[in-house]
Design a protein around this ligand. Structure first.
Ligand code: FES
Length: 306
């Protein structure tokens, strides 16, 4: 290796002093700072988005901003440190001279000092990573059920009126047959674990255990959450080919099929258990109401084990 192959300590120092004055490096430095600040704000926005209501978009945009900010920040930081510089070096004898080794050590020390001077960037980078982690805590912690919460406890209670998503109560005598509707407890429209599929069939079609589970004037209600993986059981089909008419509730995710006339027991697909039945009745004004909450937890078994 010749003298020209190894940058001397003086030359290296000069190079770094030049870096401070180089407008390109200065721009890279500023861009890195701005990126990390933006990333930090994104992480804080994501944290706010998770803990405030109806702000999923803020959560998503915050996380995206934080990730992009950190990515851009690292790119600009590497440009500032010239880490993306391509260096081609001739092959030489592998054995270094004493002088070359000394030069090398000086270079390493100088590099350490140079990196040490970038404390602001380091702090901003650490801050943006910290707020990003903060933004992820909520979503990751929300995977599965909350600790200590009683899964199966939904918004249904004795006397809750069944209402459509637009808040219309269901008049027991007015509904048509073989039409599926999604309903919620009055006052809890849109609450995921309380959504129910409601169906009316002609008298005498339900099995005994379905009637015991709480039907009213041909109406039957089941949890809409599939017991396989939690999708919405939103399809209803009738197969009227002889010899018998088959009514089926179908989950579109993996084609689990449930029998609505027989306590929504699974008759096809991967669902391992019946959809919980909501016991219903008719109140004094003729509207459908719940007799109680579900008598079993809704959703997949994995939700119960969390
Ligand atoms: S989630 Fe319904 S079949 Fe898989």
């Amino acid at each position: 290796m010749t003298d020209s192959d190894v940058m001397s300590a003086e030359a290296f120092d000069e190079s770094n002093m030049d870096k401070e004055d180089n407008p390109v490096d200065h721009r890279a430095y500023q861009a890195a700072i701005i990126s990390f600040v933006v990333a930090t704000l994104g992480g804080l926005a994501a944290t706010y988005g998770y803990w405030s209501e109806d702000s999923e978009m803020v959560l998503g945009l915050g996380l995206a901003t934080a990730l992009l900010g950190i990515g851009f920040g690292l790119v600009w930081w590497s440009k500032y440190l010239d880490l993306d510089e391509n260096v081609v070096q001739e092959r030489h004898s592998l054995r270094s001279t004493v002088e070359e080794r000394e030069d090398f050590h000086e270079e390493v020390e100088m590099t350490v000092q140079t990196v040490g001077r970038r404390k602001l960037l380091t702090l901003l980078f650490a801050g943006s990573i910290g707020t990003l982690a903060l933004g992820f805590i909520g979503p990751i912690g929300s995977l599965g059920p909350r600790k200590g919460s009683a899964r199966g406890g939904t918004s249904w209670a004795a006397g809750s009126r069944l209402v459509t998503s637009s808040g219309e109560p269901i008049l027991a005598a007015a509904g048509g047959f073989d039409q599926l509707a999604t309903v919620f407890p009055d006052g809890a429209i849109g609450v995921d674990d309380s959504q129910v599929v409601l169906l009316r069939v002609r008298p005498g079609l339900f099995t005994e255990r379905t009637v015991e589970g709480g039907t009213a004037d041909g109406w039957v209600a089941y949890s809409k959450i599939c017991t396989h993986a939690g999708c919405s059981v939103g399809l209803f089909g009738i197969d009227d080919r002889p010899p018998q008419v088959l009514r089926q509730l179908v989950c579109p995710c993996h084609q689990s099929v449930f029998d609505p006339l027989d306590a929504a027991k699974p008759v096809g697909g991967p669902a391992p258990r019946s959809l919980p039945q909501l016991a219903i009745a008719v109140d004094d004004d003729g509207f459908l109401i719940a007799q109680s909450d579900f008598d079993r937890p809704v959703g997949p078994i994995s939700w119960l084990e969390g």
